[in-house]
Design a protein around this ligand. Sequence first.
Ligand code: OGA
Ligand code: MN
Length: 206
Amino acid sequence: MEGIDKLGSAIDALSDAGYFIWDDFISIESVKEFVLIANEGSKTGEFKKAGIGKQALFQLDKSIRGDYIQWLDRNNQHKIVLEFLDKMEGLKSALNETCYLGLKDFETHFAIYPENTFYKKHVDRFQQNAHRVISFVLYLNENWQEGDGGELAIYLNNKTEVVQPLAGRLLLFRSELEHEVLMSYRKRYSITGWMLDKDMNLTFLP
Ligand code: OGA
Ligand code: MN
């Protein structure tokens, strides 16, 4: 029941303010499990330095972003990852039913920001990445303290919203909004993704 209320609020907030914060989207036990999986993947070399741009325009630039990522898909061996993909699939359908956003698919990855890294101001939907409609970030940082940094700043018309990357919190926002990951003074974990208006295998098309 609470989920239904939240969904209604999320839909209203996405069309009005452009973003929505959904606390306790997953339990602390699940957060812990995701962090273990991310640490394991990080150890076995499954995380790669994240780049900017797509295909021919792809580049690595530490002065823009400092995170490492591992893409998550249906081939993943962890039940909790598959359950998360199901959950986001459900959210995508629910948003479609009420919002008419024409969401067809989504893509998602783990992200780890080592200490003292950031991601400069950017948008997620741009010329080379025109199919991202809604961005989502599930934060996995237990005991995050004021002063640890790593907040997400969303630049709205009349104000800047600063979101703490708290464990279990799902942030949804419209992908065309400018945003920035502020300097993180602690290792920062998340699962980031995008709801797309095109099937993922077709996003190389205009
Ligand atoms: C991104 C991004 C936000 C966050 O990966 O494009 O903006 O809070 N992430 O991690
Ligand atoms: Mn972004």
